[in-house]
Design a protein around this ligand. Structure first.
Ligand code: NI
Length: 138
């Protein structure tokens, strides 16, 4: 466990007021926790930029009645077997499926997987949630 350090920050009053308002809107009970989360967010972004080891989730919404669509999605997922750690399939209604694909590994592979899946005809929406393994973030 690393030591907690206190430090002072000089800030324009207006900027601090905006920060406090934002923190309140997001239900933070103190500035420190709001600031810690801002820093963590930047660090996670850096991991993605620097090609570090990342974790995240791809979410897909598609109509499973489209011809060949499910097979194509499956082929792509088999090609990314090293990156995909888990998948969950939810039947939203008679036509639409939601798939959540958990990924761990290189940011490049996670992006490539997302791009390949979203390019399949019939995929209505695809997003990549860029998160972290948590290893280098306290
Ligand atoms: Ni389904």
């Amino acid at each position: 466990m690393s030591k907690v350090v206190r430090f002072g920050v000089s800030l324009d009053r207006e900027l601090l007021e905006k920060f406090d308002r934002l923190a309140k809107e997001k239900n933070y009970t103190c500035r420190s926790e709001a600031l810690r989360d801002l820093i963590r967010r930047e660090l996670v972004q850096k991991q993605w930029e620097n090609n570090g080891e990342i974790a995240g989730a791809v979410t897909l919404v598609y109509n499973h009645h489209k011809r060949e669509l499910v097979n194509k999605l499956m082929d792509i997922q088999h090609d990314f077997g090293k990156t995909i750690i888990s998948t969950q399939h939810i039947h939203l209604d008679h036509n639409n499926c939601l798939e959540i694909i958990a990924v761990q590994g290189s940011p490049e592979e996670a992006r490539k997987l997302t791009d390949n899946l979203s390019a399949v005809k019939g995929v209505k929406h695809a997003t990549l949630n860029m998160s972290t393994t948590g290893k280098e973030i306290r």
